[in-house]
Design a protein around this ligand. Structure first.
Ligand SMILES: *[C@@H]1O[C@H](CO)[C@@H](O)[C@H](O)[C@H]1NC(C)=O
Ligand SMILES: *[C@@H]1O[C@H](CO)[C@@H](O)[C@H](O)[C@H]1NC(C)=O
Ligand SMILES: *[C@@H]1O[C@H](CO)[C@@H](O)[C@H](O)[C@H]1NC(C)=O
Ligand SMILES: *[C@@H]1O[C@H](CO)[C@@H](O)[C@H](O)[C@H]1NC(C)=O
Ligand SMILES: *[C@@H]1O[C@H](CO)[C@@H](O)[C@H](O)[C@H]1NC(C)=O
Length: 463
């Protein structure tokens, strides 16, 4: 989830390197999670899949929670795919249980059921609660920028991949998939991993080279200057219905364009602006543009009025399994302290497009995807961000027109491919794209086709 609230607070600093992955229960399987399953027969058909949850201790006071599921087939050769939810401050258990994991939460939030379109059909998947403080992770909350988050995630991966139980994965292809604030996290983490790899190759640091091959970003906030006009466009005209009155749109448009308005503030932030300038831009733009233009609709899925009960809340279910997964803290969907730390630096308004360009130009296959029923990171904004990228495939991309993208013969979206870059607008999907269905396709079916094609280093093609 991407939050649109704002308060301010600050955190403190990092300590010594702990270097452990205390795996609490390496025999937890998706089938073990069905404590009160409504469809136990179906769940028991789940193939036995190795799973492990636990913590990587960055320091004696900073512990990062992970949950690993090996691929349902060929786990010895399947790539390793990391998943990060956004926020900042939101738990990756959202992705696991609401979106793309081996089992999904039911509407009553009481149990999980097998997800036949899980991303571990084709990859070993690793869900990470980060930064420290998020989800089941716990400890000193000193991360307030995407760059600081990247450094901690890199350290966590060094710990994870050094552990004998996972060191075999060092040589596998590595992917980063993320969503929402992941429009910052994904490009920043990927660019950081590449720069650390270069430093390892140059002998200036030591560490495990991360074999990064793929980056996927769904409904992401990457470049606010390109993306904020999208709220104005989408609120007035989208594939479904307008969200607010013309006068509300006019007023937001004025707040965007006025001489001290949102556009000016985002520009100042990205012109070496201080944290205070960037933080004020976030506050102003979200108060004057993002919030009012949503009207009565759910910002994550405009076909529902606010609040949409779907995807179902995880809190009560995760409470029932916390012992089983070795949780050392009480789960919460979003940690407000972490959010506040980021809000205080204004990281939100700083563009991540340069990092995205670096990653694309380095030859990493990249897909940007967006659900067409999501307002909060709507496709108008994301497509403007993509069009403004200055990367090796820019002119090739500019020559492409959208093509229909089908799944099993059924229309599911519109795509553009250029070199190893792809963009897809996914029909019928809200903010958490794999949580939705379109037409006669099943929940998550279109998202899995996208994931499978990109993970096998292909452009997006119809089936
Ligand atoms: C691990 O989880 C399994 C399945 O829930 C359970 O039977 C077993 O007792 C657990 N082992 C430990 C050491 O907690
Ligand atoms: C692959 O699956 C086997 C069998 O479940 C398991 O023992 C092994 O640890 C898994 N390896 C990885 C890297 O997931
Ligand atoms: C769960 O809720 C969603 C959204 O309200 C609805 O579309 C779906 O049919 C429900 N699923 C079941 C199994 O009732
Ligand atoms: C926003 O204001 C500009 C400048 O007055 C105008 O050209 C544009 O049409 C307006 N957009 C909307 C959606 O009202
Ligand atoms: C992915 O495909 C591109 C061209 O389509 C190729 O240049 C690149 O080497 C491939 N990457 C891998 C990891 O095979």
């Amino acid at each position: 989830m991407l939050l649109s609230l704002l308060t301010t607070l600050l955190g403190v600093l990092p300590l010594a390197f702990g270097g452990q992955v205390p795996i609490v229960n390496s025999s937890v399987k998706p089938s073990d999670l069905s404590i009160s399953a409504t469809t136990p027969g179906k769940i028991q058909t789940t193939p036995s899949v190795f799973s492990a949850s636990g913590y990587g201790d960055l320091t004696s006071t900073e512990s990062i929670f992970f949950w690993y599921f090996s691929a349902r087939e060929n786990n010895a050769t399947a790539p390793l795919s990391l998943w990060f939810n956004g926020g900042p401050g939101s738990s990756s258990m959202l992705g696991l249980f609401q979106e793309n994991g081996p089992c999904r939460i039911n509407n009553a939030s009481t149990a999980v059921a097998l997800n036949p379109f899980s991303w571990n059909n084709v990859a070993n998947v690793l869900y990470i609660d980060q930064p420290v403080g998020v989800g089941f992770s716990h400890g000193t909350m000193d991360v307030g920028t995407s760059e600081e988050a990247a450094a901690d995630v890199w350290t966590f991966l060094q710990i994870f991949l050094s552990d004998s139980r996972f060191s075999g994965l060092q040589s596998h292809d590595l992917a980063i998939w993320t969503e929402s604030y992941g429009g910052h996290y994904g490009p920043t983490f990927a660019a950081y991993f590449l720069s650390q790899n270069a430093a390892i190759a140059a002998g200036t640091i030591s560490g495990i080279t991360l074999n990064l091959k793929t980056l996927g970003v769904g409904d992401g906030l990457t470049d606010p200057l390109s993306q904020y006009p999208g709220y104005i466009t989408y609120a007035g005209s989208n594939p479904y219905h307008s969200l607010v009155s013309t006068s509300t749109i006019t007023s937001a448009n004025n707040s965007f364009l006025s001489s001290t308005g949102c556009k000016e503030q985002i520009t100042a932030c990205n012109n070496d602006g201080t944290n205070a300038v960037c933080s004020a831009a976030q506050s102003f733009c979200n108060d004057k543009i993002l919030s009012p233009l949503a009207g009565n609709f759910d910002v994550y899925y405009i076909l529902a009025t606010n609040p949409d009960p779907y995807p179902p809340d995880l809190t009560s279910y995760l409470k029932t399994i916390e012992t089983k997964v070795g949780a050392e803290s009480t789960w919460q969907e979003t940690n407000d302290n972490v959010y506040d730390n980021f809000a205080a630096t204004g990281d939100w308004m700083r563009t991540s497009s340069p990092d995205l360009e670096t990653v694309i130009n380095a030859g990493v296959r990249v897909v940007i995807y967006d659900g067409d029923a999501d307002y909060i990171l709507n496709f108008n904004g994301v497509e403007a961000m993509v069009a403004n990228l200055n990367m090796q495939f820019t002119s090739l991309l500019a020559k492409q027109s959208f093509s229909d993208w089908t799944v099993d013969g059924q229309l599911a979206g519109q795509v553009k491919n250029a070199g190893t870059f792809s963009y897809i607008r996914v029909y019928g999907a809200g903010h958490e794209v794999p949580a939705y269905k379109f037409g006669n396709l099943a929940y998550g079916q279109a998202a899995l086709q996208m994931f499978t094609q990109i993970m096998s280093n292909q452009s997006l093609t119809s089936t």
